[in-house]
Design a protein around this ligand. Structure first.
Ligand code: PBG
Length: 340
């Protein structure tokens, strides 16, 4: 057969001409079609603060992360600012003798978290400070709210954290990030901040905080591990529930949240995506302590390339629609990005 019109020999029988690999063939094509990028602007650095001076104390469950005294934190904040990290989120390890049933130390205007804020704002004014008002670092039982009998009481807790939010704003916090998942807290905090003249202080809602096993190392870092009675299932979202998480976030949006957070991160990328689609507000993922520890420890044991997996997980958050990530890797990533 020598029919000049026969073009069958031109048909690529295996792929039908459809070859995805053309765009993957070289570094330049891959760069050209790359859809998402991680930059230093995506990073929020969570840090642990301890009382005292000139202390940097490694946290065994989180290799590479240390608790820092306020002076050391101020230094670190300056470094973060120089690297271009937009914001840090502070978590205090409060002296055990200052913890009580109601977490009353949170209402001390000069407590550790407020001192940390003042020091950071002074040392690195270009870095945003995000503070949490949850009571868990301050309570003798490790719960995020006020415990009466065996109930974490909602409205009394909200009242308490609203006062804490105003004190944190007075200390210079730029964004209040309430993580205790009480109902009605976003609206209540907004009202109290506004009444106190802090209209420009934002609220990043821990919109969906799941009742997760991934918080273990954090609880070691702020020494609530041995204290916690029971679990947090009566206020955090059940890990099985996506629709409920969206409903919870919707209420926070109505109440005036400026930004939303999903926590933990990687196991909940579906929630990140749904939340971004649903509300169009900035969405942040918190790559929590357990996620961090898994990567670091697996890398230490030689099972994975830690740096590569760090970058891959962070990029996944971007692909899932996140505007940024709270990550204990923030400084490592910023340094890496600065070099490349
Ligand atoms: C509690 C709080 C938690 C984290 C930050 N604030 C969770 C918890 O202990 O229940 C977890 C952060 C992490 O694991 O990195 N308000």
């Amino acid at each position: 057969m020598n029919d000049a019109n026969d073009k069958t020999h031109l048909v690529d029988r295996i792929t039908g001409h459809r070859r995805m690999r053309r765009n993957r063939k070289a570094d330049w094509t891959r760069r050209l079609v790359r859809e998402n990028r991680l930059t230093v602007d995506d990073l929020i650095w969570p840090v642990f603060v301890i009382p005292g001076d000139n202390i940097e104390e490694p946290i065994p469950a989180m290799p590479g992360v240390s608790r820092m005294s306020v002076d050391r934190l101020a230094e670190a904040a300056r470094k973060a600012e120089a690297l271009g990290i937009p914001a840090i989120a502070t978590f205090p390890n409060i002296a055990l003798e200052k913890r009580d049933m109601n977490g009353s130390e949170v209402l001390n205007p000069d407590n550790l978290i407020n001192r940390a804020t003042r020091a950071v704002k002074k040392a690195a004014p270009g870095v945003g400070v995000i503070t949490d008002v949850a009571l868990d670092p301050f309570t003798s039982h490790g719960h995020d709210g006020i415990l009466i009998g065996d109930e974490i009481v909602n409205d009394a807790t909200v009242d308490h954290i609203c006062e804490a939010a105003v004190l944190q704003a007075e200390a210079g916090a730029d964004i209040i990030a309430p993580s205790e998942m009480m109902d009605g807290r976003i609206g209540a905090i907004r009202e109290r901040l506004d009444a106190a003249g802090f209209q420009n202080v934002g609220i990043m809602s821990y919109a969906t905080k799941f009742s997760s096993g991934f918080y273990g190392p954090y609880r070691e870092a702020i020494a609530t591990k041995g204290l916690l009675k029971g679990d947090k299932a009566s206020y955090y979202v059940d890990t099985a529930n996506g629709t409920e998480a969206l409903r919870d976030a919707a209420l926070d949006v109505e109440e005036g949240a400026d930004m939303l957070m999903v926590k933990p991160g990687l196991p909940y990328l579906d929630i990140c995506w749904r939340m971004k689609e649903a509300f169009g507000l900035p969405v942040f993922a918190y790559q929590v302590s357990g996620e961090y520890a898994m990567i670091r420890m697996a890398a230490e044991r030689g099972a994975i390339d830690g740096e590569r997996v760090m970058m891959e997980t962070l990029l996944s958050f971007k692909r899932a629609g996140c505007d940024g990530i709270l990550t204990y890797f923030a400084m490592d990533v910023a340094e890496k990005l600065a070099k490349s």
